[in-house]
Design a protein. Structure first.
Length: 116
């Protein structure tokens, strides 16, 4: 099983980034996918979730209206479009696959730094 995040980097406040998480080794199309983030010195927090058929999405209040989660079940990839970025969005962003019976797979993360 592999989940590999990419797309992080340094961006100015108000800018945008698109994160990708390419997966393999499990049935992506049957899995709920989420993004989490962990800021320096803080606990990991949930950011967004999408259902297996893109039928349901939900967002943390802190990113609602600015971030959009999507997925491509052909490419086995989940995305996080981040707009109007703020310094407080600085964190390592992780993707998570949720399988049956509580099994979860995590990527290693990609760093997003929002700074002028």
């Amino acid at each position: 099983v592999q989940l590999v995040e990419s797309g992080g980097g340094l961006v100015q406040p108000g800018g945008s980034l698109r994160l990708s998480c390419v997966t393999s080794g499990f049935t992506f199309s049957n899995s709920g996918m989420s993004w989490y983030r962990q800021a320096p010195g803080k606990e990991r927090e949930w950011v967004a979730v999408i259902g297996s058929n893109s039928d349901n999405t939900n967002y943390a209040d802190s990113v609602k209206g600015r971030f959009t989660i999507s997925r491509d079940n052909v490419k086995n990839t989940v995305y996080l479009q981040m707009n109007s970025l703020k310094p407080e969005d600085t964190a390592v962003y992780f993707c998570k696959a949720s399988r049956r019976a509580g099994v979860a797979y995590w990527g290693k993360g990609t760093l997003v730094t929002v700074s002028s």
